[in-house]
Design a protein around this ligand. Structure first.
Ligand code: DGJ
Length: 381
């Protein structure tokens, strides 16, 4: 009898604890206010630009570019912050420091942009990719770089950089395209319809084929099956590439496609909802904001279809002053995806701000964005 009572009691306690755990949301009713100063646990404005967020072990880790007061170049490295609720952030330090060795590819003064970190379930390692430009060479190197760590906050070990998939054909480029390009007697004048057609059929793709494709603005995406993808602005920022990573995420597998050829997109950010892949990008106007673009596809390798600008309302033609960097599915919220963008301040880069907005969906399930002075994750189911 005592046994039955104690069993019943312990199962009731277990149920109560389980229910309490379920109803215990990590989020807060503190609002997210885009465009404002966001102090970290030290009271300093968060310095993690062009970044992305990894959700690992019930904690959000935000990685981004450290920006200084005068220059947009890298003099510190990739910073990391952690949070349980996406509002209160603890500074975790520099996850990948730039090097003081002048011979290093990531030497002080290089351009290190848009770092993203993903976790590899198979290897148990954290893998960081970023856009790297070699010091003193402007934006001509157009390389992708990779670093790895056993610990989420780092330090990350720099592994190297390069152009992407040298000598490997994209899945949606044909021999006919190459033959057509060979048949051109001269390169058409830039920005004419003839030139755009040549770009679209692989003018720069073919030029860079042996040495590997250019890779600037970038993001990473891990699909439900654990496969990871590197999405980057290639071909002089004229065409996006989506390239599958190897199983350890440390290199490219060789499978890749060109997306929106000659479309002039950068700042890709991607998410998947109900089996459809959505990508938001920007146009290419340096640090100045422009209208966002949006694409969807039934498979990561396409075909990708372009939609109208997802932004609505005032300043929708300049993405509310920002440029996309990442889209974060919010754990525990059934249908909440957070659009993340940077408001750049190239004259005082450290003062750059962040735009974080919930993605909304119309009656057809098409995503759109509206400016909100403030919003609260806790209000979403
Ligand atoms: C726009 C890109 O999105 C940024 O990451 C940066 O590369 C600037 N261009 C540089 O002008």
């Amino acid at each position: 009898m005592t046994n039955i009572i104690s069993k019943t009691l312990s199962s009731a306690v277990f149920t109560l604890v389980a229910l309490a755990a379920l109803s215990c949301s990590p989020y807060t009713d503190q609002p997210i206010r885009s465009g404002e100063i966001w102090p970290d646990d030290r009271g300093e404005h968060i310095n993690a630009h062009g970044g992305g967020i990894l959700y690992y072990d019930n904690t959000f880790y935000w990685f981004g570019e450290h920006k200084g007061e005068r220059s947009s170049a890298a003099f510190v490295g990739v910073t990391c912050y952690s949070s349980k609720d996406l509002v209160n952030w603890k500074y975790e330090g520099v996850a990948l420091p730039i090097s003081e060795d002048p011979e290093s590819e990531i030497t002080s003064g290089c351009v290190l942009e848009r770092p993203k970190v993903i976790y590899n379930e198979k290897t148990g390692k954290f893998v960081m990719w970023f856009h790297l430009e070699l010091k003193g060479q402007g934006y001509s190197a157009a390389r992708s770089a990779v670093a790895v760590s056993d610990k989420v906050t780092g330090p990350y070990t720099y592994l190297g950089s390069g152009r992407v998939n040298p000598g490997i054909m994209a899945e949606n480029v044909t021999e006919e395209d190459f033959a057509w390009l060979d048949s051109l007697t001269e390169v058409p004048t830039s920005w004419t319809p003839e030139w755009l057609e040549a770009v679209s059929r692989g003018l720069f793709f073919k030029r860079d084929f042996e040495g590997g494709q250019m890779a600037r603005d970038m993001t990473l995406f891990v699909d439900d099956d654990g496969k990871a993808y590197h999405i980057y602005a290639s071909e002089e920022n004229l065409t996006l590439n989506i390239a599958e990573l190897s199983d350890d995420y440390l290199s490219h597998s060789g499978r890749y496609v060109r997306v929106a050829p000659a479309g002039h997109n950068e700042a890709p950010a991607i998410f998947k909802r109900n089996g459809t892949y959505w990508m938001i990008t920007s146009g290419c106007t340096g640090w100045d904001p422009n209208a966002a673009r949006m694409f969807s596809a039934p498979s990561i390798f396409g075909p990708w279809e372009q939609h109208p600008n997802p932004c609505r309302g005032d300043k929708s033609e300049i993405t509310y002053g920002g440029q996309s960097t990442n889209i974060l599915p919010i754990p525990g919220k059934k249908d909440l995806y957070m659009f993340m963008a940077d408001i750049w301040r190239p004259r005082n880069p450290i003062d750059a701000r962040y735009i974080w907005l919930p993605i909304q969906f119309d009656e057809n399930g098409t995503p759109y964005l509206e400016w909100m002075d403030e919003w609260n994750i806790e209000e979403y189911k």
